[in-house]
Design a protein around this ligand. Structure first.
Ligand code: UVW
Length: 317
């Protein structure tokens, strides 16, 4: 055990939305995304331009994953060679077909975290007992998020461009105030209930550096402060989307604690987290036409009792 302060102690006065949407809630701040918010998002559609935000699974250049996880393995089960064999299945009319399967971490590609994916002090989102995770997520799994879907106004905050870098550096941090300044520099304003989409382009370093990328692994991103948590709470942000593996600076430089915002925002406020997005074509387009807002639409896969699920979010401008 490290001698870093515990999350219990660090976040003892941090705001909480437990109970706000009832004792059985499993989608948290997605409750802010009402029908009116869907219509507000649609107002950002001006050109009919569609960007898919999922990273390729089994990218020939490699799949960036959280240390300890492995990229998906895809196995070919049936292909034309299958029908060379005398034992091959025979279908009337001469049908041949291809089949494959993947063996994948549900958190090993562009993904939604279930609200119960992380916790401290024995309690998950909404106060559910951490023992409900044993053998599968009985509470706050990804399934209710998948059933509901996530649609609203998205806003791209191109932090890499804002700080004048091709890709942000290991351990580099920024605050909610920097997000506001970035939005201003882009000529736009972060509004209440916006789905916040942050580009760091840090994953470019994975493709440039290979395995060296994991040495002293510490992603750049938002860093915890009580003011930042209050800002998310006041702005009623439903969803934080980033192009990094874990949405925030991995180790808080002020206290050494890992993934503080997963807990302060997701476990306590119910803010959903979307990770490992590919924001490059969206960022390029936004830099050209100066339109940084869009209709954001995403639905993770409906996987029973799962901690998260792959997703291919859409940004429609
Ligand atoms: C962890 O929470 C460890 O990882 P992630 O949220 O990036 O899946």
């Amino acid at each position: 055990m490290s001698d870093a302060i515990s999350l219990d102690e660090l976040l003892k006065d941090s705001p909480s939305n437990w109970g706000k949407w009832g004792p059985d809630d499993e989608v948290g701040s997605l409750n802010y995304l009402t029908d009116q918010e869907v219509l507000r998002g649609i107002k950002s559609v001006t050109k009919g331009e569609v960007h898919t935000l999922q990273r390729l699974i089994n990218d020939p250049k490699g799949d960036p994953v959280w240390p300890g996880r492995a990229p998906a393995e895809r196995t070919m089960l049936l292909d034309e060679a299958t029908w060379d064999s005398d034992d091959a299945p025979q279908y009337p009319g001469g049908l041949h077909y291809a089949d494959d399967k993947i063996n994948a971490f549900l958190q090993g590609s562009t993904q939604y975290d279930a609200l119960g994916h992380v916790w401290y002090g024995g309690k998950l989102w909404n106060g559910y007992d951490a023992r409900t995770t044993v053998g599968g997520m009985d509470k706050a799994s990804v399934e209710p998020i998948a059933q509901r879907g996530v649609v609203g106004r998205g806003i791209l905050l191109d932090m890499a461009r804002f700080v004048g870098k091709d890709a942000m550096d290991k351990g580099e941090t920024f605050t909610h105030e920097d997000l506001v300044k970035c939005a201003e520099a882009q000529g736009t304003t972060i509004e209440k209930h916006d789905i916040i989409v942050i580009r760091t382009n840090f994953i470019q370093r994975f493709f440039d550096e290979g395995e060296k990328f994991y040495e002293g692994f510490n992603e750049p991103g938002l860093v915890y402060s009580p003011e930042l948590v209050e800002w998310f709470q006041d702005m009623e942000i439903p969803n934080l989307v980033t192009d990094t593996i874990a949405n925030e600076v991995t180790y808080d430089p002020n206290n050494g604690v890992a993934l503080v915002l997963h807990n302060a925002l997701m476990r306590n406020l119910g803010v959903t987290l979307t990770e490992i997005c590919d924001l490059e074509t969206l960022a390029e387009s936004s830099a050209q036409d100066k339109q940084y807002t869009f209709l954001y639409a995403a639905a993770p896969l409906k996987v029973h009792r799962a901690t998260g699920s792959p997703v291919n979010p859409l940004a429609i401008k």
